[in-house]
Write a protein that binds this ligand. Structure first.
Ligand code: AMP
Length: 288
């Protein structure tokens, strides 16, 4: 695996690959890699001739009071994992090469960036779309891979790609979970044992809500209340940012049933903010 740190060199390397008719599969990450990340890497490897992974903890997507400084970093472990996965290139830029002094340009997907997590993390998605647009220009991927775990992020990036005529396929891959259902996340390492146990309520809530909707036990207009009541049983949850059922494209809260719907949750256990979601397809599930 080659490690490239300089954007210009990454660009030239990608240009050469493309010139030789190769396809480039790209997985952008912030490191502290787990099986969720590696599932994207494997999919990229299957579908492309070259696989590029980036690790960059992007300061522009963290709020002033968020965890940028303590965000888990494990470059040695990450490098080992990526070599094992036979990744071709690890792109590892410095913050100063991505945001040099005098940097002024930001990409923002309006409206969608204000919904759900955007309402609680002002500027977060503007930081995400800016770094992803920059990484796309540097890596020049044929296909880019994102996790459903961050569903809103995948919707926003798909919209950015479409609106800006970027010639890149956005591939969204299923959420990888621990055995007890908790979605894998670099931030899970912040949790102590009892918090880690408490966090399993998130997936339980998604599953129970999804099953209750499919079997007709709860109506869409009562879903939010059902989820909040379910989550409030866990005393270690310090705050619920949101829980409810949403349109999969506009991310608007739903009051009536649609064929495809998104259940989504964001909450805090202690100071750790956790998110998860589940898609529901009513037609697929109800065979009548
Ligand atoms: P991050 O390093 O948290 O920015 O995540 C990098 C990519 O990995 C994003 O596209 C995430 O959605 C994806 N990802 C993170 N956790 C998971 C997971 N548990 N399952 C699938 N994809 C994930």
């Amino acid at each position: 695996m080659e490690i490239i740190r300089v954007p210009r060199i990454m660009q030239d390397t990608s240009k050469t690959f493309l010139l030789h008719g190769k396809t480039i599969g790209f997985v952008p990450t912030m490191g502290a890699l787990h099986d969720g990340h590696l599932s994207l890497v494997r999919r990229a490897r299957e579908e492309n001739s070259i696989t590029v992974v980036s690790i960059f903890v992007n300061p522009a997507q963290f709020g002033a009071n968020e965890d940028f400084n303590i965000y888990p970093r494990d470059l040695e472990g990450d490098t080992e994992k990526l070599i094992k996965e036979k990744v071709d290139i690890l792109f590892l830029p410095d913050a100063s090469s991505i945001y040099p002094e005098g940097y002024l340009t930001y990409v923002n997907v309006e409206e969608l960036s204000e919904k759900l997590c955007g309402a609680f993390r002002p500027g977060h998605f503007r930081g995400v779309t800016t770094i992803v647009a920059k990484l796309f220009n540097i890596v020049k991927p044929t296909r880019a891979y994102f996790g459903q775990k961050d569903f809103q992020q995948s919707v926003i990036i798909s919209k950015m790609t479409y609106d800006l005529n970027m010639d890149i396929d956005i591939v969204v891959c299923p959420t990888v979970r621990d055995k007890d259902g908790l979605a894998m996340s670099s931030r899970n390492s912040y949790l102590d044992n009892s918090q880690r146990q408490a966090a399993t309520i998130i997936y339980k809530c998604l599953k129970e809500t999804s099953e209750s909707i499919k079997s007709g036990i709860i109506e869409i207009k009562n879903v939010k209340r059902f989820m909040l009541d379910f989550l409030r049983k866990e005393p270690l949850i310090s705050e619920i940012d949101y829980a409810g059922i949403y349109d999969i494209s506009s991310l608007e809260e739903l009051s009536a049933e649609k064929e495809n719907m998104l259940l989504a949750i964001a909450l805090r256990i202690g100071n750790t903010r956790l998110i998860d979601n589940m898609l529901i397809n009513i037609k697929e599930e109800r065979k009548y």
